[in-house]
Design a protein around this ligand. Structure first.
Ligand SMILES: Nc1ncnc2c1ncn2[C@@H]1O[C@H](COP(=O)(O)OP(=O)(O)OP(=O)(O)O)[C@@H](O)[C@H]1O
Ligand SMILES: [Mg+2]
Length: 333
């Protein structure tokens, strides 16, 4: 079904308009006393994701990432706003949507704990009414790509975390979903397993055109997989754009590391570039990430006995930390 057939006029495959989720929480405050409180987990979020995009959805603990994903699958109903996935209202037509989406929650498995992997997959085969040929083909391909061939007879409870995660990814994709939501798919995985999962996702997106929405605390997931990133904090969207743009929005800086022939007083650099550290003949200069290093290098080379230099890219973690801090500051003032 194409977007227009499903009643979509403006092309967004995933579409949120002013979506909110408010939880009513009852807290025990004393004997027989309970206080009612509302938690606004998602606060007026709007965005569109096009078919075939791979988007990172990041933010600190409690930001509202999982709540958003749960609304996108239909597990939770929004308190306000409009939400559509492939033209479907997830909470109203959850079963219909289930045939078109795949979900992986890194923190908890969707597999049957006591069953061997293959038995879980057979159950999915029936649950999703996947045609036999299609099921066999997908299972073969996915098991090979994720290297699970030797593990199909092992009960899920005996799998390592990385094996289980790969098992979960296979389960989420057996029915050829058009969208894959991944909620922390690399959590707790070692470096080798992480890169295997990332490699697989990249291929899935490139070759099948599967739309991917990914939440993570590992910014390398984003750097290696997503051109577009959304940052959420306290239920609000702080940023939606390219990863490079995120650096600019965070006003991040690059660092020029300069080795001089000998120890010298701090280099007099044209503002806003400035020396941030001196250690013997080595000096570190910070300058805006959005600017070229060339003029600064030329200036130093002309005026100082330069031996060597290198440029360090801004650390995305620092950029995001600054973004959260700025947001918190605005909230206070
Ligand atoms: N079922 C619920 N009932 C009450 N409050 C909830 C419920 N689910 C989530 N919340 C609250 O909503 C807020 C957002 O939670 P959410 O799980 O979406 O955050 P998150 O961004 O996924 O965080 P994390 O990075 O820790 O996974 C939190 O304050 C959380 O306590
Ligand atoms: Mg979460």
């Amino acid at each position: 079904m194409t977007g227009s057939e499903s009643g979509f006029s403006d092309g967004g495959f995933i579409e949120l308009d002013g979506v909110e989720k408010v939880f009513d929480v009852r807290k025990k405050t004393g004997f027989m006393k309970r206080e009612r409180r509302q938690v606004r987990a998602v606060d007026s979020i709007s965005f569109r994701v096009e078919r075939g995009e791979m988007v990172g959805y990041i933010g600190p603990n409690g930001a509202g990432k999982s709540t958003t994903i749960k609304m996108l699958t239909g597990i939770l109903t929004p308190s306000a706003g409009r939400l559509r996935v492939a033209g479907i209202d997830p909470s109203r037509q959850r079963t219909r949507l289930a045939h078109r989406i795949g979900v992986v929650f890194g923190q908890r498995t969707t597999l049957w704990w006591d069953l061997p992997l293959l038995a879980s997959y057979r159950l999915m085969h029936r649950m999703y009414r996947i045609p036999d040929a299609r099921y066999r083909e997908n299972l073969g391909r996915l098991v090979e790509l994720l290297d699970l061939g030797d593990l199909l007879d092992v009960p899920v409870r005996q799998l390592s975390l990385g094996q289980r995660m790969r098992g979960d990814i296979v389960a989420a994709l057996l029915h050829d979903p058009e969208v894959l939501y991944l909620d922390e798919p690399t959590i707790g995985l070692d470096i080798v397993s992480k890169s295997r999962v990332r490699e697989f996702l990249r291929e899935l997106n490139a070759e099948r055109g599967t739309t991917v929405l990914l939440t993570t605390h590992d910014l390398q997931d984003i750097e290696q997989l997503c051109k577009r990133v959304m940052v959420i904090d306290h239920g609000r969207l702080l940023y939606d754009g390219s990863l490079t743009g995120l650096h600019e929005a965070g006003e991040s800086e690059r660092t020029l590391v300069v080795d001089l022939e000998r120890e010298l007083p701090p280099i007099e650099a044209p503002a806003p570039a400035r020396v941030v550290r001196v250690d013997g003949p080595r000096q570190w200069l910070a300058f805006p990430a959005g600017e070229s290093a060339a003029p600064l290098v030329a200036r130093i080379a002309a005026d100082y006995p330069l031996v060597d230099l290198s440029v360090r890219e801004p650390d995305i973690e620092a950029v995001i930390a600054k973004m959260y801090a700025d947001q918190a500051e605005r909230a206070i003032s």
